[in-house]
Write a protein that binds this ligand. Structure first.
Ligand code: SIN
Ligand code: FE
Length: 299
C-alpha cells in the first residue's frame, strides 16, 4: 500500500494554489505535509512556549472566532500576546486552505483555533481519550451528520523536536474491518442521550458508527500494534493538513503545536464519494442521516 503522507514543497502560507491531485489526495484521507511551511514566532512569543501557558485542567488553549481566549494560563499580558499569536496562525491557516481548496470557498465553517503546549509522551489518558491510539476523529457530544473535519497543524517546537504521528490505512479498509463489530444503532438510545443532554442534538446513525469505529479501533490492541500503519515524524517548522475524520491517526510524541479546524458541509467535497459518510452509507446499504438531521439543526 502506498504511503498516506504526501509531501509538498510549498514555500509560503499565502502562496498556495489549487492542484486537483492534492485535493483528491486530502479528500481520500491522505495527509498533506508541507515541510517548508513554518509558523514563525515573533521574538517575544518564544517565552509563551511553556506548559504552564495552559490553565490547570485544560487540554489546550483555544481562540474563538469572537477573539476570546480560553484555557490559557500565564499573566494577562502573556495571554494577550498568546491571543495575537494564535490569531496570526488562524489567518495563515485560512489563507493556506483558501489557496489550496478554492472549491470550498463560502462553504467552510471556521472552528476555534488551538495552541497545544502539552508534551504528548507524558500525558496519561483513558483508552477512549488516548490519542496515542490510532483513531478517526468523532465527537461524542456534538453529532455532525457527516460534516467534515478539515484540520491544519503546525509544529512550533523550539528545540527541533518532531511531532510524531502514526497514520493508518485508508478509511474504507479500516471501516470494513471494524463495522462488523459495531453495535447496532438505537434511535431510542439516541433520544435518551439527547434528553439527558449527553449529546447536543440527536445522534444520527452516522455519528453512532463513527464513534463505534473510534472506540473499537482504540480498544483493539492487535490493531494498534499490528494494523497497517506508517510512522510520520512531522518536523519542527512544518505544517500538515488532513481530514481527521477520514485519516486514521495517532500522536506518539512532540510538544507545542498550533491547530485550526474547519468544517465542510457533507457533499461539498470535490469528490463526495470518498467521504466517510458516503463510504459508510455504501457499506451499510441505507441512509445514515435521516430527517432528524435537518429537524434537529433547526431547534
Ligand atoms: C489528534 O487529533 O488525535 C491529536 C493530534 C495531535 O495532538 O498531534
Ligand atoms: Fe484525533
Amino acid at each position: 500500500m502506498e504511503s498516506p503522507i504526501v509531501e509538498l514543497d510549498l514555500p509560503g502560507w499565502g502562496q498556495a494554489e489549487p492542484h486537483a491531485e492534492w485535493t483528491r489526495a486530502v479528500e481520500s484521507g491522505k495527509v498533506l505535509l508541507f515541510p517548508r511551511l513554518a509558523f514563525e514566532l515573533e521574538p517575544d512569543e518564544r517565552a509563551l512556549l511553556r506548559e504552564d501557558m495552559l490553565a490547570p485542567g485544560s487540554r489546550n488553549v483555544s481562540l474563538g472566532a469572537d477573539g476570546v481566549l480560553k484555557g490559557a494560563g500565564g499573566s494577562a499580558q502573556e495571554q494577550a500576546r498568546l491571543a495575537a499569536m494564535v490569531g496570526r496562525f488562524r489567518a495563515q491557516a485560512l489563507a493556506l486552505v483558501d489557496g489550496l481548496f478554492p472549491e470550498y470557498r463560502g462553504a467552510l465553517r471556521v472552528a476555534p483555533t488551538s495552541f497545544r503546549p502539552r508534551r504528548v509522551e507524558t500525558r496519561r489518558q483513558s483508552v477512549r481519550a488516548d490519542d496515542k491510539r490510532l483513531h478517526v476523529d468523532a465527537f461524542p457530544t456534538r453529532p455532525n451528520y457527516g460534516e467534515r473535519i478539515l484540520r491544519v497543524f503546525a509544529n512550533v517546537n523550539p528545540d527541533g523536536a518532531p511531532r510524531v504521528w502514526r497514520v493508518g490505512a485508508d478509511f474504507e479498509s479500516v471501516a470494513r474491518q471494524f463495522l462488523p463489530r459495531a453495535k447496532p444503532y438505537s434511535r431510542w438510545q439516541a433520544k435518551a442521550l439527547q434528553a439527558l443532554h449527553v449529546t447536543k442534538s440527536l445522534r444520527s446513525e452516522y455519528d453512532h458508527l463513527m464513534l463505534q469505529l473510534h472506540d473499537l479501533m482504540k480498544r483493539d490492541e492487535t490493531y494498534q500494534t499490528q494494523g497497517t500503519q506508517w510512522r510520520a515524524p512531522f518536523p519542527a517548522g512544518s505544517c500538515w493538513v488532513c481530514y481527521s475524520d477520514a485519516a486514521v491517526h495517532a500522536v506518539m510524541s512532540g510538544q507545542y503545536m498550533m491547530e485550526q479546524t474547519l468544517h465542510l458541509p457533507p457533499g461539498r467535497e470535490v469528490n463526495p464519494a470518498a467521504s466517510p459518510l458516503q463510504i459508510l452509507t455504501r457499506l451499510v446499504g441505507r441512509p445514515l442521516v435521516g430527517v432528524e438531521a435537518g429537524a434537529e439543526k433547526l431547534s
